[in-house]
Design a binder for this molecule. Structure first.
Ligand SMILES: C[S@@+](CC[C@H](N)C(=O)[O-])C[C@H]1O[C@@H](n2cnc3c(N)ncnc32)[C@H](O)[C@@H]1O
Length: 227
């Protein structure tokens, strides 16, 4: 069962009651997404490579679409164009997502139509949500994922390793990081030692960064050589 859960920054998230796992940090859904994925991921990449206007992002776990809509918001009125490929095995319904208060909390009502379009557009084909943002939602598990594309940034936002260990194995991590270009960025909220060791063995230079409020650390990896 999926229930609504109000997080400490006032934004809501969903709770998968069978797994007793929330889709975002219980300390704050929006602040976690901004801190981990937008700031440590997208904005860090853009600061380093400001002239690269075409950015490919791979997300593991589309979920409520919060990371996706914050990414779209970040590139509106910029020269950057994002191609956003996102994997999801248990798509949520529009009704479930509409019970969340993201657009109201983000405080930008112009995002409403884009958010709705993201959730209602077809799966498994690229769809332009805005001239600066094209999404391709893939209804397939990371474990068997293959893509022709390479990516500049990976948002690794699977449920935690204790809940879904199969998404954090060396093989599963390799399946995503092998699509990362040289100097590409891998970000996740997770700070487990085993994850960091695995990323290093996959040719990523690993940093432990301070986490969003309520969480001590998060992890960022930079791909040193394309494999
Ligand atoms: C932590 S939530 C993602 C939150 C999401 N990024 C957001 O902004 O709302 C993890 C998501 O991974 C999805 N998932 C579960 N198994 C998966 C798999 N094998 N491959 C890809 N995604 C999976 C879950 O259904 C869930 O939506």
């Amino acid at each position: 069962m999926i229930e609504i859960f109000e997080t400490k920054d006032g934004s809501k998230t969903l709770l998968n009651t069978a797994l007793n796992e929330t889709y975002h940090s219980r300390f704050g859904a929006i602040q976690e997404s901004i801190h981990v994925f937008i700031e440590a991921g997208l904005n860090t990449y853009l600061k380093q490579f400001p002239d690269n206007e075409s950015i490919h992002i791979l997300e593991v776990g589309f979920g409520t679409g919060l990371n996706a809509i914050l990414t779209l918001q970040a590139v509106l009125n910029t020269p950057y164009k994002v191609y956003y490929e996102t994997l999801e095995t248990y798509p949520l319904s529009l009704e479930q997502v509409e019970e969340l208060n993201y657009i109201e909390q983000i405080g930008d009502h112009l995002l409403n139509d884009y958010f709705k379009k993201m959730h209602t557009c077809n799966w498994d084909e690229p769809v332009e949500i805005h001239p600066n943002f094209t999404i391709c939602k893939k209804k397939q598990p990371l474990e068997t994922y293959h893509s022709e594309k390479d990516f500049h940034i990976i948002y690794f936002d699977a449920f935690a390793p204790n809940v879904q260990p199969e998404l954090w194995t060396l093989e599963a991590l390799q399946n995503s990081t092998q699509k990362l270009i040289e100097n590409g960025i891998f970000v996740t909220y997770c700070a487990k030692g085993q994850l960091k060791r695995d990323l290093k063995s996959l040719h990523l230079q690993v940093e432990s960064l301070s986490g969003p409020p309520g969480k001590r650390e998060m992890t960022r990896g930079i791909k040193v050589i394309k494999t």
